[in-house]
Ligand binder design. Structure first.
Ligand code: PLP
Length: 400
């Protein structure tokens, strides 16, 4: 089918998409409506942690869809219980609330913190509801999570914002301390700011933040929608800094491609009462069965070590590319990495890499001077080498 034959204008215009319709996916590869193949380093935006359509997800969906799809969130179901148990056994948290998107999981974290702040009032007897977040952070697209986010312009698009969010500077503990008031209930951050361009919070900063929040009886919330589920070389990125948060949110990788997200908390903070929180699809067994299959794959012996090894391999390959083409270096943790280009050629590279033939390469440029890499966690060394070779060709072409 020709692109012009698709009635694409039936879709609401929200972003500029290339004139391609993707029809199939397999591991690190996508195929478009012309039959052209692309090596995919976006993977649904760091979502497909086991690549496109892995067998374990196909099997989980097929098996669960024959058994039970949706009994209602008012009843227990087996996959959501099993997944919650696996997540709590392998983290510092005791309780799990399932949601359908990262933004919804973060909304839940914000609500839980505010509820807790009502029960744990300030010395002056006031409800505590203020949450300190960070410049350039990204927490989602609902009104509250947009208000929590530190993205430029997001304070005005849908004004007025949800009140109660105050922005500090990442890796600057004094900037956080300055914002603490009697009404502060939580500090919320991404252990590595993903959308901002793969900016890691330092180990020292995470530890200082944990000490500061403990001292003031404030909750520490990590938004691990992008960094969690093995992306950064540990199952959860908070483990990289040797701290334990009070609340964590998961999304993206937890569903391996299907809509699934979660909010986890410690027992002492679990203060929701019946009616406080819920959602029609939350914890439905079809998505939970997929989450369970994904989590089991990540927890298989040797899997996380292989993510670490491939993260190091990718890091070295990007440094070599930096030396060859006079770029500005790389950064990141595990398989969430960024290449610093030194000039604003990111969008040009993305376009050229996608349009090259016979095989294309899909890359992401979250900032014009940066490329972000978020391959499947089971990417092969050959697929890393192939991406580097293709990217090297594009960089050489741009120099001409
Ligand atoms: C993607 C992302 C979100 C939002 O997740 P959605 O599923 O798109 O709602 C929130 N926080 C972080 C850190 C993300 O990367």
């Amino acid at each position: 089918m020709e692109f012009s034959q698709y009635p694409v204008n039936a879709l609401l215009y929200i972003t500029n998409r290339p004139e391609l319709v993707f029809t199939e996916g397999d591991g690190m590869w996508l195929t478009d409506h012309n039959g052209k193949r692309y090596l995919d380093y976006l993977q649904g935006w760091a979502v497909n942690c086991l690549g496109h359509s892995p067998k374990c997800i196909q099997d989980a969906l097929a098996a669960q869809s024959k058994k039970l799809i949706n009994p209602s969130p008012a009843f227990y179901n087996e996959p959501s219980i099993a997944l919650a148990a696996l997540l709590t056994e392998n983290s510092c948290f005791d309780r799990v609330f399932f949601a359908n998107s990262g933004a919804e999981a973060n909304e839940s974290a914000i609500k839980l913190a505010r509820k807790w702040g009502k029960l744990n009032q300030s010395a002056a007897g006031e409800n505590r509801y203020e949450i300190i977040t960070f410049d350039h952070s990204f927490h989602g697209r609902t009104l509250a999570t947009m208000s929590a986010s530190g993205k430029a312009g997001w304070d005005t698009i849908y004004a007025p914002q949800v009140p109660g969010f105050f922005k500090a500077t990442l890796n600057d503990i004094a900037s956080v301390e300055k914002l603490i008031t009697g009404k502060t209930v939580a500090v919320m951050l991404e252990p590595v700011q993903g959308e901002a361009g793969v900016l890691p919070a330092t180990r020292a900063f995470m530890q200082a933040l944990r000490a500061l929040t403990k001292k003031h009886n404030i909750l520490l919330i990590t938004d691990e929608v992008q960094t969690g589920m093995g992306r950064c070389g540990e199952l959860f990125a908070y483990q990289l800094s040797g701290i334990e948060p009070d609340i964590m949110t998961l999304g993206k990788g937890i569903g391996g491609g299907v809509p699934l997200a979660a909010m986890l908390c410690r027992e002492e903070i679990a203060c929701f009462e019946p009616g406080d929180q819920g959602g029609t699809y939350n914890g439905n067994p079809l998505m939970a069965a997929v989450g369970l299959a994904v989590a089991q794959a990540l927890l298989a012996p040797g899997f996380m070590q292989s993510v670490k090894d491939k993260g190091e391999y990718l890091s070295k390959a990007l440094l070599k590319l930096t030396a060859q083409h006079g770029l500005a270096g790389e950064r990141g943790d595990g398989l969430l990495r960024a290449l610093k280009l030194g000039s604003d050629i990111g969008p040009q590279i993305v376009e050229k890499a996608r349009d090259m033939g016979p095989v294309g390469l899909l890359l992401n440029s979250p900032r014009p001077d940066l490329l972000r890499f978020m391959p499947a966690l089971n990417v092969t060394i050959e697929e890393i080498d192939q991406m580097i070779a293709m990217l090297s060709d594009v960089l050489a072409q741009l120099k001409k």
